[in-house]
Design a protein around this ligand. Structure first.
Ligand SMILES: C[S@@+](CC[C@H](N)C(=O)[O-])C[C@H]1O[C@@H](n2cnc3c(N)ncnc32)[C@H](O)[C@@H]1O
Length: 261
């Protein structure tokens, strides 16, 4: 289950890659714009502001996220759905999927299918975290593999669920697109003064830690796991002058579909 409030804790930092992604989507007057895995809808609403004449849709498999998105009261059409079941219409000129595909095992064939089904000249923009080898995620996998937790959580965490920029570029060139792919490492400076828990732990609670929490429940097991991970994160990301430096690599790919025969 996704918790929109926990996810939005670092909303400013989390939204920046979205804007860096869509800055490279040069659609002029798209007819339909779709945000797949739209989450709480705050960023989808920005798509409606940018393209006011487009029909803008947001799709997410989490009813909690869609409830939050609908409650915003924008002109966007939000629906609960799985991205794996989604197909473009003949008018889908822009498809954006931001920080979603890392949760979708085997998403590569999906990307190829979308690229082939979208109309000619459509734009497909994706962004995924590329930090699965960062100290935060290594610490998470190390704790999950301790004998105490291994049987219940180790299999929930994949070592590397995404490709690098060249990998996505090759995939989408293979589907007949013109491609722009890159990576950026943001250094998020997270305040540590007025929070009890380590800020990287708080960040991870909104995303990467979600499956672990679901498996362990909200009781003492979760508290113990969280404390163990918190200790490791404190060493990996020490507090300096009241803040933590949290480097976060992100992978981007923007593709434009070719002519249709
Ligand atoms: C990290 S959030 C990103 C939300 C939003 N795109 C943003 O950038 O703020 C990931 C979202 O992907 C959604 N998601 C994960 N797997 C999905 C799937 N198979 N189909 C639809 N949505 C999915 C989750 O429910 C969650 O809202």
């Amino acid at each position: 289950m996704w918790d929109p409030a926990t996810y939005l804790r670092y909303g400013d930092e989390r939204s920046r890659p979205f804007f860096d992604l869509v800055a490279r989507v040069a659609a002029d007057r798209p007819r339909e714009v779709v945000d797949l895995g739209c989450g709480p809808g705050n960023l989808t609403a920005a798509l409606a502001t940018r393209w006011p004449d487009a029909r803008v849709r947001g799709v997410d498999s989490s009813p909690e996220m869609i409830e939050r998105a609908v409650a915003r009261g924008s002109a966007v059409d939000f629906t609960v759905g799985d991205v794996r079941d989604w197909s473009p219409t003949p008018e889908t000129d822009v498809l954006v999927t931001n920080a979603v595909l890392q949760w979708v095992p085997g998403h590569e064939p999906l990307l190829s299918r979308w690229a082939r089904e979208l109309p000619a000249g459509a734009w497909l923009g994706l962004q995924v975290p590329g930090n699965f080898d960062a100290p935060s995620h290594r610490a998470l996998r190390d704790v999950a593999r301790l004998p105490r937790w291994r049987d219940r959580v180790a299999d929930l965490l994949r070592d590397d669920p995404v490709r690098d920029p060249a990998g996505y570029a090759e995939l989408l060139v293979g589907a007949g697109c013109a491609v722009d792919a890159w990576e950026t490492t943001y250094v998020h400076l997270l305040p540590a003064r007025d929070v009890i828990d380590h800020p990287v732990l708080r960040w991870m609670e909104g995303t990467a830690l979600r499956p672990v929490r679901s498996a362990l429940g909200d009781g003492p097991d979760w508290a113990e796991f969280r404390a163990e991970l918190g200790d490791r994160l404190e060493k990996a990301y020490p507090v300096r002058a009241g803040q933590v430096y949290f480097p976060f690599r992100r992978v981007f790919c923007v593709a434009r579909t070719g002519a249709r025969s």
